[in-house]
Design a protein around this ligand. Structure first.
Ligand SMILES: [Ca+2]
Ligand SMILES: [Ca+2]
Length: 360
């Protein structure tokens, strides 16, 4: 066989292999993708790098594994939920405690409860009440359908609890498939404890994530991660049920959101716009390939490589951005909570809570 014949045979073999890989991806792909448009790059002008998140001190290093969210009660005790299935808490004297055992690996957003203890979202079990007496499942289904990806919760002064479901199609361990698919499978739910009833408030959200109430509780904000925006859902009598955009074109996918003491909000932003991921989001075939081969997903997912949080005023304008542009100290920061002049930061890629003094 001469050189040209060899080359032709080899090329045909490579093309056949490539086709087989693409066909396998199309056949076995777990997603039905849509093209995703990214915010205009001009939105990044809000975000000159400050590297402020490299200045954190590390609380509970090695003890607090991948704590997605943080909450602090009115006595100053900090609570967090970790990947090893514990609700852990930090006392004011600096000592950590394994407080309550939940189990599993899917604890996400938490908030303090007026009656004491905390309310927690478990992506597998649903909405949980955690008190000194133990753990109680408040809501595990809505309209007869299992709640499979409860993500974050806030309690209103009338007792109602508003919580997000990130995706009704994909589970927590496959969250990135929801991003790749880019079809809206998220919900905002309300749990009414007086009636022990759960209802759907908003449907078709783009990865419903953090929830927060306004200072007067006349509206709540729900984050839509891969839509790079947060919605305002009105609760007051005149406008009840109306929805509008609170902030869009965020320089990252919003995860948890927390009301600050001055009435502004802190929003943790996941990096969903690295160039490789942008490229993938422009092609349905590439999305099928990435969704089918997990090794490729790791290559394009930028969440583990950086950290960013934004302080946003009540008009939806960014006031400041703190980040770790290299991920050297903190990456995949998912929550930022301000308390007594400090910012407390949870992350799905760190084994500590970051603590940053504000005003430095
Ligand atoms: Ca929370
Ligand atoms: Ca979340």
């Amino acid at each position: 066989m001469d050189f040209i014949s060899c080359f032709t045979t080899f090329s045909s073999f490579l093309i056949a292999c490539g086709l087989a890989i693409v066909l396998q991806a199309l056949f076995f792909s777990p997603i039905s993708p849509d093209i995703l448009e990214f915010p205009p790059t001009s939105s990044s002008i809000h975000a000159p790098s400050s590297s402020m998140l490299q200045k954190v001190s590390k609380l509970g290093e090695g003890f607090v594994v991948k704590a997605e969210d943080v909450t602090i009660d009115n006595t100053g005790i900090l609570y967090t939920a970790t990947r090893d299935g514990w609700i852990k808490r930090l006392h004011k004297n600096g000592s950590w405690e394994n407080w309550k055992w939940i189990g599993g690996e899917s604890l996400l957003g938490i908030t303090t409860a007026a009656a004491g203890g905390i309310i927690a979202c478990d992506a597998e079990k649903g909405l949980l009440e955690v008190t000194e007496d133990g753990v109680k499942v408040l809501a595990s289904q809505v309209n007869g359908v299992k709640i499979r990806f409860a993500d974050d919760v806030i309690e209103a002064s009338d007792g109602n609890m508003y919580f997000s479901v990130a995706s009704t199609k994909f589970d927590f361990h496959n969250w990135f498939l929801d991003v790749l698919e880019a079809n809206p499978h998220g919900q905002l739910l309300r749990y009414n404890p007086a009636l022990n009833q759960t209802s759907i408030i908003l449907d078709d959200l783009c990865f419903a994530n953090g929830v927060a109430l306004s200072p007067d509780q006349d509206y709540l904000i729900v984050c839509e991660t891969w839509k790079f925006r947060c919605l305002k859902y009105w609760l007051n009598e005149e406008m009840r049920g109306q929805t509008e955009v609170f902030i869009d074109n965020l320089p990252g996918g919003p995860d948890n959101i927390n009301l600050a003491p001055d009435g502004t909000f802190w929003i943790a932003l996941i990096d969903l716009t690295p160039s490789r991921l942008k490229f993938v989001h422009g092609s349905k075939v590439l999305k099928h390939l990435v969704a089918t081969y997990p090794g490729l997903a790791k290559q394009v997912n930028g969440a583990y490589k950086k950290a960013k949080v934004a302080n946003v005023d009540r008009d939806g304008k960014i006031i400041k951005i703190f980040d770790d542009p290299t991920g050297n100290i903190m990456s995949f920061v998912t929550s930022a909570l301000e308390f007594e002049g400090h910012l407390y930061l949870g992350s799905l890629n760190c084994d500590f809570i970051g603590k940053l003094p504000l005003g430095i």
